[in-house]
Ligand binder design. Sequence first.
Ligand code: ADP
Ligand code: MG
Length: 258
Amino acid sequence: MNASVAALETAKGTAPQPIIETRGLVMRFGGVEVLRGIDFSIVPGELRCLVGPNGAGKSTFFKCLTGQYEPSGGEIRFKNESIGGRPSVDIARRGIGIKTQVPSLYDGLTAREHIWLAVKRRIATTGGLRREVAPAVEQVLESMDIAHLADRIVGQLAHGQRQMVELSMVTAAQPDLILLDEPAAGMTHDEVERLAALVLRLRGTCSLIVVEHDMQFIRMIARMVTVLHQGQVLMEDDVETVLRDRRVRDVYLGKREV
Ligand SMILES: Nc1ncnc2c1ncn2[C@@H]1O[C@H](COP(=O)(O)OP(=O)(O)O)[C@@H](O)[C@H]1O
Ligand SMILES: [Mg+2]
């Protein structure tokens, strides 16, 4: 939807409410302002890419959304409720799932055991029955295309396969909004393609914000891209416009071929 259509929709009152929205979000560490007043929103079902150079504040932004950090200022609204500074357990329960940049797997457990942990937690918190767990685990393994890895010890999997197990744990919780922090990092080209197909499929069931450096990957999945630079939104537009933009090339892409 272009800007004028969006304005018209808003005027008619038919624009969807954002699923998540930040207004003037600020995060300071000591005297250093890492997020400097971020206004950001996506609508339900949207897949937004968030890009920007190292240190732009992308992971910090995610950590504010998930409650790992308490913002120093501004507001975060999720499903029309203020969530800024709430405990991360509460925010997860409300429906935000994250795959962080830092892996969080148990090397001694199998892929199936990981999914089992995530499904069991969801079913326990939603008041489901224990007998629902096993079929739900198999369903996640199938839909995430990792059934062939189910009985493998995660510590022995390749990097890209481990990323898929982590992503499957996030989806097993059935969040309404998924945050992915550099999901394609360290993946082979084939793995990146499979991940892109999966992310596009997930978009049908939830909203996603994806932080990524891999421009091939971004081109495969993105429509709208938000560029962060030094803790502020530098621009927001469709992927090709962003990649062509001189300021973006200067601050982010540098001399790299895109
Ligand atoms: N816990 C922290 N304490 C102090 N500074 C931090 C902390 N987390 C991040 N920063 C700083 O905030 C800036 C943004 O970091 P980060 O959000 O990780 O950037 P990105 O994910 O875009 O690479 C960096 O300069 C980083 O050093
Ligand atoms: Mg980061």
